[in-house]
Each structure stands twice: as structure tokens, then as C-alpha cells.
Design a protein around this ligand. Sequence first.
Ligand SMILES: [Zn+2]
Length: 198
Amino acid sequence: MNIYEKIASIMGDVQYLAKDDRVEFNKTSYRALSEEKVTSIMRSELVKHKLVVYPVAQTANRAGTITHVDVTYRMVNVEDPKEYIEIASCGDGADTQDKGSGKAMTYAFKYMWLRTFALPTGEDPDKISSAELDAKQANIQPQGPPCADCGKEIMPYNDGKRAITAAEMAARSTEMFGRALCAKCSKAEGRRRADAGA
Ligand SMILES: [Zn+2]
């Protein structure tokens, strides 16, 4: 079999990956798909169909607590090693210490499988708020410290351009206003200051 026939055959074998994880997010919780499950199922398919996958190129950059990686994987047909395809994937991982790139690579690896084999997971982004989804995809601690003004936990926030993590939100408001504020209270404080200055 050529590599495309093998991929098509795997797609026939694995039609769907059911979520196996439960993610608690503040007061809501939802099902998710773990990287362990994706990798263990796809690994046995690779062995069965005589394919190997390994990373051939990777770049990483870190902005604040978020590490972004771009990875190129090569999938080789073991029965004809000259035949291979390359697959681009990327991932983000948030960590205040040194685990950001590991989390980002885990994410990139998982999504390489889901994309290459067009695997549905039953994910319905409409059912999850985008901030939750962003937080989950970035593999981050969803909640930050409590807001200094309203006392509610600071949550991730999407300003329309990108996801801002709860930790970033707290750091940014502390820099601007001298205390950690949620998105709503940051806006209110910004308006108060603008009004006072006008
Ligand atoms: Zn607040």
C-alpha cells in the first residue's frame, strides 16, 4: 500500500475518538479528549499499517507565560521509506516555569493526529464559551487570582484578537492600575480614569 492508501485505511479504522477527560472550568465542566488517548490509539494504527511519525523541524517562541511551537512532522511509509509526507502543526502552552514548550508540543502532537486523519471528537465549540475554549486549548490554568475590586476569580478573556490568560490579565491590570482586576473591572477602571482625566 502507498502512504495515502494507508492513511485512508486508518481513517476507515478510526472513525471517531470519544472524549475521555472531564475538564472542570469554574462552575461548568465538559468532556475533552486526552493526548494519551489520541496517541495510544494512533500509535497502534501506525504499527499495524507500518508507518512512522517523527518531528523534523520545530521552532518555539515565548511571549509572557505562553510558549508557541510550530512543528513539522514527517510520516514515512516503512515499506517504502522513500515515500513520506510532511505535516505542519502548532500548539500553545502556558506555564510560568519551564513547562510551556512541553505543553505546546503535546498539543501540537495531538492536533497533528486529529487533522491528518480528520478525526471528529464531538467537540462543539458553540457549547463552550470562547474564553473557556481558548484556555483549554492553551492548556492553561483557567482561573487567576480574585479580582481586587469585585472579588470574583479573574478569568481568561478574548479581546477579539487573541486569548488573554487569567494570569496575563492579572499582570496587565496590576501594571496599569496597581491591582489585579478582572476584564470587566479593568474596563470600568479605565473608563473612570479617562473620565477623571477629561
Ligand atoms: Zn472584577
